[in-house]
Design a protein around this ligand. Sequence first.
Ligand SMILES: Cc1ncc(COP(=O)(O)O)c(C=O)c1O
Length: 465
Amino acid sequence: MASGMLSLTCPSSSSLSLPHHFKGGAAAAGKPKLLNQASVFGKRFVNTESFTRTTMAVALNVSRFESITMAPPDPILGVSEAFRADTNEMKLNLGVGAYRTEDLQPYVLNVVKKAEKLMLERGENKEYLPIEGLASFNKVTAELLLGANNPLILEQRVATVQGLSGTGSLRLAAALIERYFPGAKVLISSPSWGNHKNIFNDARVPWSEYRYYDPSTVGLDFDGMIADIKAAPEGSFVLLHGCAHNPTGIDPTPEQWEIIADVIQEKNHIPFFDVAYQGFASGSLDVDASSVRLFAARGLELLVAQSYSKNLGLYAERIGAINIVCSSADAATRVKSQIKRLARPMYSNPPVHGARIVANVVGDPELFNEWKEEMEVMAGRIKSVRQKLYDSLRAKDKSGKDWSFILRQIGMFSFTGLNKAQSDNMTNKWHVYMTKDGRISLAGLSSAKCEYLADAIFDSYHNVS
Ligand SMILES: Cc1ncc(COP(=O)(O)O)c(C=O)c1O
C-alpha cells in the first residue's frame, strides 16, 4: 500500500462524514460491516480507483476482501470433515484414498521409520535443495519408474524434477504445457481423479474428456476411449492413469494398452501418465509400471508424474516427481531447465525430508526389499477385503445382480456403480462416508466391517432408486 493511502485512513467511521442511513449498526459498534460502496456513496464514487476503494474500506473498517465469496468445500476432503462430525460408532470413512491398518488406523511403514532413523543418525543438515530437488532422489525415482537399466536413463533422455508429490508434479507439467504448447488440449478420462480438472483449469490449459467408464458393465468403455482419443486434435496430451485408475479401479489390459499406444502414436498425441499407485495396485512395482514402460519402449516422448503418497505412505511429506522422456539428451536438458524456471517462482525449491526417505529406501537393497514386502502386505490387505466384500454381497443378493466387477477392479478403490441418491443413503442411513460418484476406498475398510458395508450397499442399491 502506498504511504499516501495510509495517511488517509482513520480508525473508525466516526471520523468520516457519512450519509445518515450508514451510521450505526455494526460499523458504529466498530465491527466490520458488509458494504456496497456504490450504493452507499452514489455514482460519484462508483468508478474510483482501487486507491480510493482501499482507503474507504480501511476507513470504514470493512474488509478489502469483501468481494471474495466462499469457496465450495473440496468434494473429497469434505467427506473426512463430515465423517469426523458423525458420532455413530458404526461409521466408516471410505472417502479419502489413504491406507489404514486392519484396525483402521493410519500406517507408517517400517522402512520409513528405519530410513528416518538413519537420517537422524547421520545428522544431515537442512540446507536448501537445488530447484530440481535431491539428486539421489531424482536418480532412483526415474529408475523405479522406467527400470534401473533403461537405455533412456543411460542416454540421459529423461528430465526428472522433484515435485510437491503427485499434485505438484502434475501442476509443473501443466505449467510447461501452458507455456510451450499454447492452445494444446489435455484429454482427461471421464471420470477421473477430481483434482485433474482443477490443475489444468488453474494452469489455464484447455481440456476435454474421453470416454472411459461404461455404467452398463461397470467396466471400461474401450471403444469409446479409442474413438475419443482418435477424434482429438492432433498433438493433444492424453492423460492416462498408469495403474489403478482413480476413481474406477478399472485398468486397460496389456493388449488394450498396446492399442491405446497405437492410436496415440498415429495421432501424434503426447502421452501424459499419472502414476500415483506404483506397487500399490498389484503389489509389484514392475507390473504397475508396465504401461509406462510399454510406451517408453516404443520411443515415444512422454510425461510421467509420480507420487510416493500411497506406496510409501508419505502423504504429508509431499514427495513425487515429474519425468519428461525426450527424444534426445539435449532436449531433456532444455526441458529440465524450463521446468526449473517454472518451479522457482512457485515454491523456489522442494522439501528435503521425503526425498531423503525415498532415496534411502530405494537406494539401499535391504530397505528396498523390505519396502516391497510391506507393499505386498498393504496391497494384499486391500485385495482380501475386496474379495470379502464381494463374497458378502454375493451371499446376500439373490436378485441375480452380478457384483463380480468388484473383483475385476484394482487398487485402492472400488467404483460401486451407486448413483448420488444411493451414495447419499450410504452416508445418511449407514454412516458410510464416500464420494458422491459411488467410489469407495477399500484401503479404509477392515475385514470386520465387510459384512456391514455389504448390507449398506445391498440396501442402497435395491431400495433407493
Ligand atoms: C490419480 C491420482 N493422481 C495424483 C494424486 C496425487 O496425490 P498426491 O498429491 O498426494 O501425491 C492422487 C491422489 O489421490 C491420485 O489419485
